[in-house]
Design a binder for this molecule. Structure first.
Ligand code: SAH
Length: 314
């Protein structure tokens, strides 16, 4: 049966959070989340390279927040644990009942077959037998799990359009920042012979292999690796050995700009680099970095405030 959980929320002054967390851990809490406005801002600042833009709604939700959350099962055992965990903590708490299934699956209802570009349909795995895909179109089955890459983001869609335009059937593809593997898999479904995907998040490797398998693509046609495409020198050396006629990078401006100087070495002669994940106000800055590295921007795609650029070695 589906388990029920209680989310316990302790509101406390920010200067008390460390002491309360330490007490909870000493009392045996296996995991907790500290949410605090100032800490959230610092976290964003320290991880600037992963985003250009943070939802205003999220910023609003974090205003004035100073709290600790943890979870217990909603049963007699959970109540016993809760009493043990809260020993020595004299603070009121609130609790919210959560159904595990609802929590884990709530996003599935928002994820439907999605038509992209001229011929691509992204189909959630659980609709593989019911989705109606027009003849002549290419369906790509996806189960995004907890990685980025459902196909619903404008930057992914722009890259998919770039793949349709610049793919060289029968040749290989590199997918930098592969997430769920969506771009590598789309390229393979559209005729690429082999794809190599890389992501800084190790979860992306397993998810990408699983998604490739869902699409009938075996390990003979794809390889997914964990690593940082700007900081990991041996990874970059490995990628240089794999030169391809199409290199994709749907990351963010702050990764694409430092990556630009190595891009010409990742491309075979006449090859195309398609990069995305760029908010429109940073488009010119990325274009300038590409041009400085010996690439010429040949195409600019735009959607909902996001930009993708296609570039080739001059
Ligand atoms: N390719 C997918 C996911 C794009 S999201 C799509 O098009 O939908 C960007 C991905 O880049 C994330 O999965 C993130 O973990 C990864 N990433 C960010 N910085 C990176 C870096 N320096 N090296 C490798 N991957 C990186």
């Amino acid at each position: 049966m589906d388990s029920m959980w209680l989310e316990i929320v302790l509101n406390a002054k920010s200067e008390e959070l460390d002491l309360i967390s330490a007490t909870l851990i000493a009392n045996g809490v296996p995991g907790l989340a500290v949410e605090e406005e100032e800490e959230f801002r610092t976290f964003l600042e320290e991880n600037r390279q992963y985003w250009d833009y943070v939802d205003d709604e999220l910023m609003e939700q974090m205003k004035g927040v100073s709290r600790i959350k943890f979870y217990v099962t909603d049963d007699a055992d959970g109540q016993k644990q809760l009493a043990q965990y809260l020993k020595g903590i004299d603070l009121p708490y609130t609790s919210v009942r959560l159904r595990e299934y609802d929590w884990a699956h709530s996003w599935q209802k928002y994820y439907r077959p999605l038509a992209i570009g001229k011929t691509i349909y992204i189909v959630p795995e659980w609709e593989r037998d019911t989705a109606q895909i027009p003849a002549g179109c290419t369906s790509i089955l996806m189960n995004p799990g907890l990685t980025f890459g459902t196909g619903s983001h404008a930057s992914t869609q722009l890259c998919l359009e770039g793949i349709e335009e610049f793919i060289v059937p029968g040749k290989s593809v590199l997918d930098l920042g592969c997430g769920s593997g969506i771009l590598a898999i789309a390229a393979l479904r559209l005729g690429a012979s082999h794809a190599t995907g890389v992501d800084i998040d190790p979860k992306a490797v397993d998810v990408s292999y699983e998604n490739a398998e869902l699409n009938g693509i075996g390990r003979d046609r794809c390889k997914f690796l964990a690593g940082n495409v700007i900081a990991d020198k041996s990874l970059v050396a490995e990628l240089k050995e794999l030169k391809a006629p199409l290199v994709l990078a749907n990351i963010v401006a702050d990764v694409i700009i430092p990556l630009a100087p190595v891009v010409p070495e990742l491309l075979v002669e006449g090859g195309t680099f398609v990069c995305s994940g760029i908010i429109d106000k940073r488009g010119d800055e990325v274009a300038a970095a590409l041009e400085k590295s010996g690439l010429k921007v040949i195409r600019r795609f735009e959607k909902n405030g996001w930009i993708a650029l296609a570039a080739q070695v001059c």
